[in-house]
Write a protein that binds this ligand. Sequence first.
Ligand SMILES: *Cc1c(COP(=O)(O)O)cnc(C)c1O
Length: 423
Amino acid sequence: MEFETKCLHAGYTPGNGDPRVLPIVQSTTYTYDSTESIGKLFDLEESGFFYTRLANPTTSAVEEKLAALEGGVGALCTASGQSATFYALLNILESGDHFISSSYIYGGTYNLFAHTFKKMGIDVTFVDQFAPLEELKKAIRPNTKAVFGETIANPAMHVLDFAKFAQLAHEHKIPFFVDNTFATPYFCQPFQHGADIVIHSTTKYLDGHAVATGGVIIDGGRFDWANGKFPQLAEPDETYHGIVYTETFGKAAYITKARVQLMRDLGATPAPQNSFYLNLGLETLPLRMDRHYENALKVAEFIQNQPSVAQITYPGLPEDPNFALKERYLPNGLCGVITFEIAAGRAAAAKWLDALDLVSLEVHVADIRTCALHPATSTHRQMSDEELLAAGISPGTIRLSCGIENSADILSDLAQAFQKLEG
Ligand SMILES: *Cc1c(COP(=O)(O)O)cnc(C)c1O
């Protein structure tokens, strides 16, 4: 099946007389005929549903679809993007371990890595993803167990050099994790470029309608977890009568462990109803992403030519420093998010945003309605101009997320706001 067809048909094949649309199985429990069949489920000798924290038919169908879209061997859906990132790394890291992350990552991920993991005894080194490989290698330690980056960084909009990061990881026999939220598998499939594990906040484009928080971890199935560095996967798990994941589950060792151990113990499971919404969103992902890209390119070209704009970052513009990486890894398109700077600073940026009519002010990005955010007066409002600049944000920075409205309406709203600013 081609990508568009998988968006509609992967993961759920109704039988004779079954509902055409993926049903919501709103049940926490499942019933069995004998204690023996239940025992086999608990010993992981048979697969089946026994409790919705671990697996649910609606969620499983979506997981199968997401694995098919990314080209992975299995997926685990979680209650949010944050819990997906948390579980993905915790599945192989423990106290005393270290990992490397690009410094251009989502703010919530930064907090998780720099503070919460640190309290758990897991140490991170943030690196400049544009540094040469030889420089990046200096961050590797004997206890380094993972390398992490975002395909398109939120909010910096930098594009990851997959080849360089994959080489950094694989030369040291450690896995390469990619947060593919902003690109979506429609525009970029990180497994084709050396990634081992892919993560998404499905809250963004995959749901696409801003109705359900969610996350997913997808296993590429190619990393050799039995290379001596990952005892969590290659040594017996006493909680399952000494099962060894790499031996029993082969290519799906990593994702099986994430489910049967971490989801069992930590429990950030998605609601079946939210899995239904996610599936509904995925059905139209290709159509929406093409339109997000088309609109964002028009909007970026328009913003670029405004006299009150000091700077714009959108890797789809040939002048953008990320354009070459975009052409290499995302040849067919990008997300709808654009970052730009109103030259006159904080007050002028606020004035421009307050003048918007169709475009709404939201602490959100990446859904079908165009929205905008001003970090200096919202997410970062406690910071002085100097502190903002140190964090890589300028007082006039605006993050604009282009939706799928008719571009003429978006452009005319932006134009009237620029007129108010200049007039
Ligand atoms: C939003 C986001 C997350 C966190 O996801 P939630 O669903 O909000 O928990 C992680 N990574 C990226 C790139 C994001 O944009």
